[in-house]
Ligand binder design. Structure first.
Ligand code: PMP
Length: 423
């Protein structure tokens, strides 16, 4: 790939980059190299415009006003729901609940489904590679209900050890909550098989799709998952909006999550009845502007084509791994096989703390994340306190990977010298 132009037929990464104003900025006098997409993504101009357009042209509350602006806002809000539904092939827009983020979507399931469906002695199966947001809610639920948490372990390659699945799932398993793609290892889990097996035992499956929906085609009907959670801000949309998809019959049966305006049908002094799904789960004034802008992000991604985005990320990840594995003193985490690995590369360097790697990279305008990535049990599994993590997206170029490698070599030079001086 030369001059930042992708080889893939029909996918021009240079043209894609033109759509993202922030990718043209400089940091410390150098062009920004943004490789922290697993934390949050950058936004194309159409998403930014969508926010500005809402606030400048039709800002009004939804579902209430009998006047033009409110009707416009309501139509745009519900239109975004329909587009998000289409994006993940949900059977209807009513299966889409807008939340603040993945974390809130998972907690919604914990409260609105978990309280009535998980009892003392029941089991919840999660994995060792979960983000804290798909771990802590289940710890809390298990503690409250007297249920048992069971764990799928991770092997050295960074894959779930599914041999144990038949022993771990039992007649008492109510829920398997597992990540579709690991935000640390990049592992794409074989969730379809897990879902099939869970259903045989009558257990439901919640997929944490925070790292899959933004990066690859995801079809909830094909997967047959019961719940699926993701965040708008990781898929080119604004912060403050997330999505819970759930099968319609589950949403019908679930109790409300939060009480308040908009989620009711009839309110008496002592009790109330609930609005239909999805309003039952969207109490209060929703995040109208950000939901509408998420609709714009979904349109943008659909225009790029999710298969193209995925293919581009496979090529970029291959390019990164090929170079990174040649660096002496580096340890890379996660599987090597690219068809089942996403564009996330965690690494450590001998003698250089991950935070120092991130700081040196920042001095070169390369943004990566260092830390436990909200996966402390996984850090413990690999015996590291933290890793540095580079994560890619539809706009990442090979030149940016080259800048990452230069930064890694600089970190080794700087800290190699420091180590030599201190001996
Ligand atoms: N799950 C995974 C796999 C994630 O990567 C993240 C974000 N890092 C989350 C959940 C939580 O997302 P949010 O902070 O948007 O709720």
């Amino acid at each position: 790939m030369e001059n930042g132009v992708s080889d893939e037929v029909g996918y021009d990464v240079r043209a894609v980059r033109q759509d993202f104003p922030i990718l043209g900025i400089q940091v410390h006098g150098k062009p920004l190299v943004y490789l922290d997409n697993a934390a949050t993504s950058q936004k194309p101009q159409v998403v930014i415009d969508s926010l500005v357009h809402y606030y400048t042209r039709y800002n009004a509350n939804v579902h209430r006003g009998i006047y033009t602006l409110s009707e416009q806002a309501t139509a745009a809000y519900e239109n975004a729901r329909a587009r998000v539904a289409r994006f993940i092939n949900a059977p209807s827009p009513e299966c889409i609940i807008f939340t603040r983020n993945t974390t809130e979507a998972i907690n919604l399931v914990r409260y609105a489904w978990g309280a009535d469906n998980v009892r003392a002695g029941d089991e919840i199966l999660i994995s060792e590679m979960e983000h804290h947001s798909n771990l802590v809610p289940w710890q809390l639920l298990a503690q409250e209900q007297g249920a048992e948490l069971r764990f799928l372990r991770v092997n050295n390659e960074g894959r779930l050890m599914l041999d144990g699945l038949d022993v771990l799932i039992t007649e008492k398993t109510r829920l398997i909550a597992v990540t579709h793609v690991s935000n640390v290892l990049g592992t794409i889990n074989p969730v379809k098989g897990i879902i099939k097996k869970a259903h045989k035992y009558g257990a439901l499956v919640l997929l944490d799709a925070a790292q899959s929906v933004p990066h690859m085609p995801v079809d909830v009907q094909e997967l047959d998952c019961d719940f699926l959670a993701f965040s708008g801000h990781k898929m080119m949309g604004p912060t403050g909006v997330g999505v819970l998809y759930a099968k319609p019959h589950l949403l019908e049966a679930m109790r409300p999550f939060m009480g308040g305006g908009s989620m009711i049908r009839k309110v008496m002094l002592a009790e109330s009845t609930w609005a239909d799904v999805p309003q039952k789960f969207e109490a209060g004034t929703p995040n109208i502007a950000d939901v509408i802008a998420l609709g714009a992000a979904v349109d943008y991604l659909s225009d790029l084509g999710m298969a193209n985005v995925r293919e581009h990320e496979i090529q970029i990840t291959q390019y990164a791994l090929d170079q990174m594995r040649e660096v002496s003193g580096i340890k890379l985490f996660g599987p090597w096989e690219l068809q089942t690995r996403a564009g996330v590369v965690s690494f450590v360097l001998d003698g250089v703390h991950p935070h120092d790697i991130a700081q040196i990279l920042d001095s070169e305008a390369v943004a990566v994340r260092a830390g436990h990535h909200c996966c402390q049990p996984l850090m413990r599994r690999f015996n590291v306190p933290a890793t540095a993590r580079a994560s890619f997206y539809a706009y990442t170029t090979e030149e940016e990977i080259d800048a990452l490698l230069e930064g890694i070599h600089k970190a080794q030079r700087v800290f190699g010298h420091a180590i030599e001086r201190s001996v």
